[in-house]
Design a protein around this ligand. Structure first.
Ligand code: PLP
Length: 359
């Protein structure tokens, strides 16, 4: 925590300790985890795996063949273009090392670990504010103008959830290639709008790495698996640059099963859309505006008479409802909170809590 604000969403133990409320009584809207996950097949695969002692007594497969095959099937890409690790950050660190990135432009506000990871790797960070007034639109020309050797950006963005069309980013990557700039594209939330992914472009665009997550959409942050998609040569170099056995056999099997579950994706997208409308309409009915999010969360802009820090605290203390306190987002003005889209019942509870807290 810094100044009483957790670095990330989902830090319920810290919140419970600070406010003296049992964790079990808190309802978490601060981490953007699909409330309908994990897919049932992930759970049954994990249970079955525990019946097999080799899951514990044998080292994981060095090549992670089964996991990569499952991911390749899910994203419809060749297995040779898939790189896997125990989360997004190890993959990003590996990309920075492998490509010897020295300076990186980062549109802000953004996932707070971008800056922390770049700084740990001694990469100069060039923050590039995206304007709330332009609905956080990426300004492609100015993003290419400052002589850096990489751009690290998300689509959809976090914390706003704003989506940039794939064709716009494809154009960015092409123009970046002419200037020898690598594009590190974080698609942690793209499963909500898979049509806009650049996953199919990596063969043609060797200056592009697409980072993907199973954490949010499949609801399995605890397994710690993420993957990247890059052209085959680059994927091989990235794989070479990673430590061996970073993914446990158990996690690999759980993720493979999660990705293979039929119908989970379409069901999640449909439910998320209707629940997001429920939240947005409810908030806007109370005079609270939201950004146009394509993901499973809403960035909330409070009217000027409401103070974000005290509303955040009141929601926790009086209603046991935890939103993401956005005070530590570089480049985000005061007056914002972020709320995950949860089940209809839980969303109703959030709306009732906000209604009562701002009264
Ligand atoms: C935009 C973004 N990228 C990456 C991550 C990390 O994802 P993973 O759990 O796959 O490491 C997060 C987690 O909050 C995120 O918000």
């Amino acid at each position: 925590m810094i100044d009483g604000v957790p670095l990330h969403g989902g830090q319920l133990c810290q919140i419970a300790e600070r406010f003296g409320i049992p964790v079990s009584q808190l309802i978490d809207f601060s981490a953007n985890i699909n409330p309908d996950g994990p897919p049932a097949s992930a759970l049954s695969s994990l249970r079955a795996s525990l019946e097999d002692p080799r899951v514990l007594t044998d080292y994981p497969d060095l090549d992670e063949k089964e996991l990569k095959r499952a991911i390749a099937g899910y994203v419809e890409a060749p297995t040779q273009s898939i790189v896997v690790a125990n989360g997004f950050i190890p993959l990003l660190e590996c990309a920075l090392r492998t490509l010897r990135i020295r300076s990186c432009l980062v549109p802000v506000p953004a996932f707070v670990e971008y800056r922390r990871t770049l700084e740990r790797a001694d990469v100069a960070v060039i923050p590039h504010p995206v304007a709330a007034e332009s609905n956080c639109r990426y300004e492609i020309d100015s993003m290419l103008a400052s002589g850096h050797d990489a751009i690290l950006l998300a689509n959809p963005q976090n914390p706003s959830g704003v989506l940039t069309r794939g064709e716009v980013l494809r154009d960015l990557v092409r123009q970046a290639a002419e200037r020898k700039i690598t594009v590190l594209l974080d698609e942690a939330f793209i499963d909500y709008v898979p049509i806009e992914s650049l996953k199919d472009d990596v063969a043609e665009l060797p200056n592009l790495i697409v980072f993907r997550s199973v954490t949010k959409f499949h609801g399995i942050p605890g397994l710690r698996v993420a993957y990247a998609i890059a052209n085959k040569l680059l994927a091989a170099a990235l794989t070479d640059g990673l430590p061996p056995w970073s993914i446990t056999t158990l996690a690999a099997r759980g993720v493979a099963a999660a990705l293979a579950e039929e119908g989970f994706g379409n069901r999640t997208r449909l439910l998320n859309e209707s629940r997001k409308v429920q939240l947005r309409v409810g908030l806007e009915g109370m005079g609270i505006s939201t950004y146009a999010s394509a993901a499973n969360f809403l960035l909330v802009r409070l009217p000027s008479h409401l103070d974000a820090a005290s509303l955040w605290e009141r929601l926790i203390v009086d209603h046991h409802v935890v939103l993401r306190n956005c005070a530590n987002y570089e480049g985000l003005t005061a007056g914002h909170l972020r709320a995950a889209v949860r089940t209809q019942e839980q969303n109703r509870r959030l709306l009732a809590a906000v209604g009562s807290a701002i009264w």
